[in-house]
Design a protein around this ligand. Structure first.
Ligand SMILES: C[S@@+](CC[C@H](N)C(=O)[O-])C[C@H]1O[C@@H](n2cnc3c(N)ncnc32)[C@H](O)[C@@H]1O
Length: 261
């Protein structure tokens, strides 16, 4: 018998129950971490339409550029301790085809990274977000910045955070040898994004769960979807650790395979 689940309120218990029911209907693995984080493993295009109560979509989707992460891998031990290097063997799923943002544009608040790769499929907006990842250091062959499209009001904004191969700013990255995901974003950058929105956040392409870690830090509710089982496992581990370390949640349960009722 598992540990009894403790929820902050009856509403939270009902919400967790509804997530399990939906995952069962979809026949996808669903992991609940505390009462604020729900993770689904599967195709976002199938799972997201069954979800309710989402106010913000914050995503870093595959851009359709077929980027070869192996080519730029410098370290023989690129990932965090305990995560097999074999996870870098494959490129990001979906990166070989053009990205279609249409399913995400109807949500009330949307932030989509890599949007300069699919501008022709996006509505015109003025408030683009810019991540200056060079932050004053010498230019190289890689892009100086990354761009996010958003439907949020306001002006274009810049966030500066150094992120070049092994040189990565941020307290959590000091002494860190590898990355959780080949296309990982800094938690600080995603916190900047999450803080611009309100309500429950969905990241339909969560990778290693960086947006979820940012949501936990800000006390926000998070739903993540990831198609790759290895990256999904990484996200579960990362978010359980983040939740437990922060003492933010009374419990963190292991992954369970949901079935049709
Ligand atoms: C650019 S990565 C996101 C990395 C993330 N920002 C991080 O910090 O770890 C995009 C992720 O989307 C996942 N993905 C691709 N197609 C998907 C789909 N249809 N549904 C869910 N996830 C998908 C890939 O497996 C990949 O992990």
């Amino acid at each position: 018998m598992g540990r009894p689940r403790i929820y902050a309120s009856a509403t939270e218990r009902q919400r967790a129950h509804r997530h399990r029911q939906r995952a069962a209907g979809l026949q996808v693995p669903c992991v609940q971490i505390g009462d604020r984080v729900t993770l689904y493993q599967g195709d976002a295009l199938q799972i997201a339409p069954a979800l309710q109560g989402i106010q913000a979509v914050i995503a870093d989707p595959p851009y359709g550029v077929s980027f070869n992460f192996m080519r730029y891998r410098r370290s023989r031990h690129p990932l965090q301790a305990g995560i097999p290097a074999a996870r870098w063997a494959a490129n990001v799923i979906g990166d070989e085809q053009p990205f279609d943002p249409t399913p995400w544009l109807a949500y009330p608040q949307v932030i989509l990274w890599g949007a300069n790769h699919y501008t022709s499929r996006l509505p015109e907006r003025k408030a683009w977000l810019v991540w200056d990842k060079r932050d004053g250091s010498t230019p190289d062959n890689h892009a100086d910045c990354e761009l996010a499209w958003t439907n949020l009001p306001g002006n274009a904004r810049i966030y500066r955070h150094l992120w070049r191969g092994m040189i990565r700013a941020g307290e959590a990255n000091v002494g860190r040898r590898g990355k959780w995901h080949p296309a990982e974003k800094p938690v600080e950058l995603m916190q900047w994004c999450v803080a611009k929105t309100t309500g429950t956040v969905l990241d339909p392409y969560m990778g290693s769960g960086t947006t979820g870690v940012a949501c936990l830090a800000l006390g926000r509710r998070f739903i993540g979807i990831e198609i790759d089982p290895d990256h999904f496992a990484t996200a579960c581990q990362r978010l359980q650790d983040a939740a437990l370390q922060g003492h933010l949640f009374p419990e963190a349960r292991p992954a369970t395979q949901a079935r049709l009722l």
